[in-house]
Design a protein around this ligand. Structure first.
Ligand code: GBH
Length: 452
């Protein structure tokens, strides 16, 4: 027998940024406080039949009032960073026009509390809570322009303390899911031409946001976006399947991350859409392709792909019905997706830096007799995904940090409070927060800067 191989250390690089993520409508509540304007999610959640049991974000985790307690939870974990989102309708209740100082003051308080605790704020400017007052929502090109103005205003007011901004969160969700399948607010089911135009307005908004942050922020402020591209795992790690995965990644995310990082719509996409392709004005593509300081990736479920003799060169496999998933039926477990997300983006576009801006899972948590929540399924999920993130950093891909979704249970969009993603349990009656086993586990990961 030969010698046993040396144990592989799952140590992360020094300075790796561990954090947690949330978003405004999912946690803040206080939807009429201090002049906040109405958003399309307020309207949608209050429309009969749209969310689980008709639940809304009216109260959520009441973080508008309890933010200091949330920061304490982060501190307990030893988190170095916190990704939260800013509610556009708190800053500009009508989407445009006169800034609402009381809304800005909330984020001043949150940011100051984070900094006091040595936690670096990472702010998302738009996580789906579009001001209701903007005529036509994302159907209108004016909304992209309004977003740019809003982004510039926030940068001016916060960039003395917030050094990292993400423009948009998951473009496919607030375009396709919102205006094509109608599952998300505002719940429309439009045709292909209209949807492509909406996607165009969204990537344009992102680009205008990048430029506005740069024009208004103090020097050294970094700007990127947070995307949830479909990620393709090669069925076998052989060169032909790896090549297929790379092609699939670029093509299947064509109007979103591919267009933004190339500053150009992939030709195949424009050909495929023909007369339904977006109407592009001169100068748009330069704005859309504005260089980024980092790319944020929200990583959840995998797709499997293999090489194929077709023109596209790849074939996406349908999942067997026995394929395992977490409490959310869409959340298929496939930890390798973490590695392939990072590798695909790096090989295709070589960004300066990558953050995992979201990763985590829902679970059917329960309290045992002693009041503990032993969410071993979530620990299993996270440990495996982080093991594959370790593979990526050990191969020198430029991953700088990881944000766990989510700090605490919150309003899970159409699933209301029926799906829990937190590592802190929230009792929605009392608003009491309580660490699950996964929180204690994550604290160890952060303390040791290693997965175990
Ligand atoms: C992220 O979306 C969001 O950024 C975050 O706000 C959210 O809370 C978190 O993940 C957990 O869901 O019903 O089959 O059509 C992840 C991407 C896109 C996954 C929409 C769920 C609906 C699937 N999400 N999708 S389905």
């Amino acid at each position: 027998m030969g010698e046993a191989p040396s144990p592989r250390s799952l140590q992360f690089p020094g300075g790796f940024l561990w954090g947690c993520a949330t978003s405004a409508y999912q946690i803040e509540g206080a939807v009429t406080a201090d002049g906040r304007g109405r958003t399309i999610w307020d309207t949608f959640a209050h429309t009969r039949g749209k969310t689980y049991k008709g639940q809304t974000g009216d109260v959520a985790t009441d973080s508008y009032h309890r933010f200091a307690q949330d920061v304490k939870l982060l501190k307990e974990l030893g988190a170095k960073t916190y990704r939260f989102s800013i509610a556009w309708a708190r800053i500009l209740p009508q989407g445009t026009g006169k800034p609402n100082d009381k809304g800005i003051a909330y984020y001043d308080r949150l940011v100051d509390e984070l900094l006091k605790n040595d936690i670096a704020p990472y702010a998302t400017l738009f996580h789906w809570d579009l001001p209701q007052a903007l005529p036509g929502g994302w159907q209108s090109r004016d909304t992209a322009k309004a977003f740019g103005d809003y982004a510039g205003l926030v940068a001016k007011r916060l960039s003395d303390r917030v050094r990292h901004f993400m423009t948009t969160n998951e473009i496919v969700c607030f375009t396709d899911l919102s205006y094509k399948s109608g599952l998300f607010a505002p719940g429309l089911k439009l045709g292909d031409g209209a949807v492509n135009q909406i996607r165009h307005h969204a990537v344009l908004a992102h680009g205008l946001g990048v430029q506005a942050v740069r024009a208004n922020a103090t020097g050294g402020t970094q700007v990127g976006f947070a995307e949830n591209p479909r990620v393709y795992v090669p069925v076998i790690e052989t060169p032909e399947h790896i090549e297929a995965a790379k092609r699939a990644f670029r093509q299947e995310n064509a109007p979103f991350i591919s267009t933004v990082l190339e500053g150009k719509y992939p030709t195949e996409y424009l050909e495929r859409e023909g007369a339904n392709a977006p109407k592009i004005e001169s100068g748009d593509m330069d704005i859309i392709g504005s260089p980024l300081d980092f790319v944020g990736l929200n990583v959840y479920q995998p797709e499997y792909v293999r090489a194929d003799a077709s023109k596209a060169g790849y074939a996406v496999d349908r999942r067997p019905t026995s394929y395992p998933h977490m409490a959310s039926p869409w959340l298929f477990v496939g930890p390798e997706v973490m590695y392939w997300a990072v590798r695909s983006v790096t090989e295709l576009w070589g960004p300066k830096a990558i953050y995992i801006t979201e990763n985590g899972c829902s679970g059917e948590d329960y309290r045992d007799a002693a009041g503990r929540i032993e969410d071993t399924d979530r620990v299993m999920f996270l440990r495996n995904y982080l093991t594959h993130l370790h593979r990526a950093v050990s191969e020198n891909y430029p991953v700088k940090g990881y944000f766990l979704w989510s700090l605490m249970d919150n309003f899970e969009w159409v699933d209301g409070y029926g799906k829990r993603f937190g590592i802190y349990h929230v009792d929605f009656e009392t608003q009491e927060r309580h660490p699950k086993r996964s929180a204690l586990w994550y604290r160890e990961v952060i303390a040791r800067n290693a997965v175990g």
